[in-house]
Design a binder for this molecule. Structure first.
Ligand SMILES: *Cc1c(COP(=O)(O)O)cnc(C)c1O
Length: 232
């Protein structure tokens, strides 16, 4: 099997090719390497290969690894579901949070961050599949949430994030990503200046980039199949 360095390089190359080919307004696509369930040694290996942005889903697991990696200037993104009793730890130990879907969570993150810290960079998670069981704010409610979150002093609202339902139907994938982009445009027409579309994972990032993603969150395409959680 290829090394992590090789797979990172291949992924970066593919992203650059897609950006060049796609008709996009922004040329920037940042790669968040999703390292959930991977041990700190693997993150270190990826860092040494040039990757400095990592995404984690589970607070305690991430904190354990951050202690081991304290010597590395990593930008940490929290991409998992946010429990309200974990907002304090998330606000203190991460640079970005992607999964905000209600005001109460945003307010708690805001309160936990102090004025001397850099603002916490945040995205709102949108339920683009309109499935009642999925997390994320519904498309109709995004504008109101965005306006409220944008007012919180210790947060910097950067944009929108989505995890569409898994499907092999490319037209449907495209439709979900396009919906997210249209929502971002609509919010910006209403006076905010959001620059981030966090969309695309190992199986669908090609389409996400064609549709305007500025952050892709990729795990298994870089690190291989995930380990069972108990091994971490
Ligand atoms: C696990 C995860 C990813 C990465 O998924 P892969 O399919 O391994 O690329 C991206 N985003 C979120 C929110 C995740 O939970």
């Amino acid at each position: 099997m290829d090394s992590i360095a090789e797979r990172l390089q291949a992924t970066q190359n593919k992203i650059s090719d897609l950006v060049t080919k796609a008709d996009r307004t922004s040329n920037e696509v940042r790669l968040v390497a999703v390292s959930k369930t991977q041990p700190a040694s693997i993150i270190r290996e990826a860092f040494m290969a040039g990757q400095s942005i990592f995404g984690e889903n589970y607070v305690q697991e991430a904190l354990n690894k951050q202690i081991e990696l304290i010597d590395l200037p990593i930008e940490w993104h929290f991409i998992g579901p946010i429990q309200s009793n974990k907002t304090h730890l998330i606000a203190k130990h991460f640079d970005w949070v992607h999964g905000i879907d209600r005001l109460k969570i945003a307010e708690r993150l805001d309160q936990a961050r102090s004025s001397s810290d850099r603002q916490l960079q945040v995205c709102l998670q949108v339920n683009t599949s309109n499935e009642p069981t999925k997390s994320g704010v519904l498309p109709d409610d995004v504008m109101e949430l965005a306006k409220a979150v944008a007012k919180l002093p210790h947060l910097k609202l950067r944009g929108l994030m989505t995890i569409p339902e898994p499907t092999s139907d490319e037209a449907l994938q495209r439709e979900r990503f396009r919906l997210l982009r249209n929502l971002l445009d609509e919010i910006n027409r209403n006076g905010l200046f959001l620059d981030t579309l966090s969309m695309g994972m190992s199986d669908d990032y090609v389409i996400a980039i064609e549709e305007g993603a500025t952050i892709v969150r990729i795990g298994s395409a870089i690190f291989g199949k995930r380990r069972p959680k108990s091994q971490v």
